[in-house]
Design a protein around this ligand. Structure first.
Ligand code: PAF
Length: 283
């Protein structure tokens, strides 16, 4: 496994490989603090492409909360070990200066419409601007054939689809299902910051989503959501930001079940100090 920290070195190596083997490149962008969910993306990339590239870069421009950025878990040696075991071919670990040589103010502007205003966008001002900025830069550097993302960041996947469409980038997005702990908690780098008590409170997020999934065809959606909002509110460690059922293609809220439209239930909540998100695709 090759590890590069400069744009020059990774591009030179990728060019050499491409000239020699006519490789296809699968790219898994990460912010490190890897878990099995990330490794499942590496596994998917290895199946689809001849070369798998992962990046580890905690992008400062996508954090709306300075404390969240400062406390983001960093475990580079462990991450590299995990990537090596997973059979990743290339890891890119750039510095902030390498990603943003002209400073962080130059934004990547993509018209997002409603998906750029709702849910995560409404609760984390500037978050998607930062995600667009860093992913555009990473795609320009790595120039992959396939981009692997996790369904847990449902809205991020939609935003990055817009990025690819807007710039007509020759990359195919592959969305991989959310990996869960045996009890149902969605895997997340942030889980490692939860205390034992918070970890057990956090389980209610997936439980509420599964309760909605079990009943959305038979019970009024507003009743279902109200019930689960109450359950969440009854735990003093949980501060819910949203729990909602939306059209899976537009993110517009859905008030009534209809058989033929894509539906997703999404939740975001702070558990103690840690902000978590999760979702289930209903249909
Ligand atoms: O989902 C993430 O980990 C990040 O938002 C990403 C895509 C690596 C960009 O920094």
């Amino acid at each position: 496994m090759k590890v590069f920290s400069t744009v020059h070195d990774i591009q030179k190596y990728l060019l050499e490989i491409n000239n020699l083997h006519d490789a296809t490149v699968g790219f898994v962008p990460t912010m490190g603090a890897l878990h099995k969910g990330h490794l499942s993306l590496i596994e998917a990339a290895k199946k689809k492409a001849s070369i798998t590239v992962a990046s580890i870069f905690v992008n400062p421009t996508q954090f709306n909360d300075k404390k969240d950025f400062e406390r983001y878990p960093i475990q580079l040696d462990k991450d590299l070990e995990m990537l090596l075991h997973a059979g990743c071919d290339i890891v890119f670990v750039p510095t902030v200066a390498e990603i943003y040589p002209n400073g962080t103010l130059e934004k990547t502007s993509v018209p997002l419409g409603f998906i750029g205003k709702t849910l995560e966008a409404a609760h984390r001002k500037g978050h998607f601007e930062g995600v667009l900025q860093v992913v555009k830069r990473l795609l320009d550097i790595v120039q992959p054939d396939f981009l692997f993302l996790g369904q847990k960041d449902y809205q991020q996947c939609m935003v990055l689809t817009q990025l690819i469409t807007h710039y007509q980038l020759p990359v195919q997005m592959e969305i991989c299902t959310t990996l869960r702990e045996p009890d149902g908690l969605a895997m997340s780098s942030r889980n490692m910051r939860l205390s034992a008590e918070e970890r057990s409170a956090a389980l209610q997020l997936s439980k509420s989503l599964f309760a909605i999934q079990a009943a959305y065809k038979t019970q009024p959606l507003n009743v279902l959501l109200d019930d689960q909002l109450q359950v969440l509110a009854s735990n003093p460690l949980i501060l819910t930001e949203y729990l909602t059922i939306v059209n899976g293609s537009t993110l517009k809220p859905i008030t009534k079940y209809k058989a033929n439209i894509p539906m997703v239930a999404l939740v975001a909540a702070k558990v103690g100090e840690i902000r978590l998100i999760d979702n289930v695709i209903l249909q």
